[in-house]
Structures are given as structure tokens and as C-alpha cells.
Write a protein that binds this ligand. Structure first.
Ligand SMILES: [Zn+2]
Length: 135
């Protein structure tokens, strides 16, 4: 299952970002998933459930945000959403996406990423002397 290997990396990066911090548990994680990744929401949630069973991620909520595809056309300079995301998009068939303006070949510049956008965590100590603003 592709989702499981992707989520393994996500969980690792989340746990990595918690290192050295006094975090008791994580409440929620916002994950941006590009629409071209072909990752299923349900499968991602399932994988998250399996991988977050122990440790600070236990009981955390996964929020999945779909990111639309963005293409760039070297021919006419168009940048934006492609004409259409072809049905039956798969890893085995080379995707055919055309520029909505000139019909030319485009470069995919967005929609293939899986990014942890933010996470909400509960500190191990109730309150810290006020230097926990921002990043
Ligand atoms: Zn174009």
C-alpha cells in the first residue's frame, strides 16, 4: 500500500519535529496532499491510525487538505490549474495534461507533494515562562 509508506515518512518527520521539545501528546496534524499524488484519503487515515497507535501521536487527529494541481506552460507562460485532471490517472500511464490556454505541453509545478503544514501539540508542562511565541 503506497499510502502506508508515505504516511510512515510523514509520521517520522512529525516525530522528528517533536524531538527536543516537551510535548506530551499531539492533538492534530494538518497534512497537505496534492491531488496528483493519487493518495486515497481513507487509506491515508487508515495508515495514520495504524502508525499513530503508540507514543505522542496516540489519539491524534489527521486533517487532510487537498492541494489542487498547478501547471506551468513553457509555451505561453500560463500558470494555474490544468485543463482537467484526467480520469484514471495512474502511475503506469504517463499523464496527459494540456495547457488550458494554448493546448501545449505543461510542466507540473504543484499537486504532487505531501507536506505536513502544521501540528497542534500539548506541552508536557502546563505553562512555560512566556517565550513560546511563533517559531
Ligand atoms: Zn500554454
Amino acid at each position: 500500500m503506497h499510502e502506508l509508506s508515505v504516511m510512515t515518512q510523514v509520521v517520522e518527520s512529525v516525530l522528528g519535529s517533536l524531538e527536543g521539545r516537551d510535548v506530551r501528546r499531539v492533538e492534530s496534524v494538518r497534512l497537505e496532499v496534492g491531488e496528483l499524488t493519487m493518495l486515497g484519503k481513507e487509506q491515508l487515515r487508515f495508515a495514520w491510525g495504524v502508525l499513530s497507535r503508540n507514543g505522542p501521536l496516540r489519539g491524534s487527529k489527521l486533517v487532510i487538505i487537498r492541494k489542487p494541481a498547478v501547471v506551468e506552460c513553457p509555451g505561453c507562460g500560463f500558470r494555474g490549474a490544468p485543463k482537467k485532471a484526467p480520469a484514471g490517472w495512474s502511475h503506469t500511464v504517463a499523464p496527459l495534461i494540456a495547457c488550458p490556454r494554448c493546448g501545449g505541453e505543461v510542466r507540473i509545478v504543484g499537486g504532487r507533494e505531501t507536506v505536513v503544514r502544521s501540528l497542534r501539540a500539548v506541552a508536557a508542562r502546563d505553562r512555560r515562562p512566556g517565550k513560546r511565541r511563533g517559531r
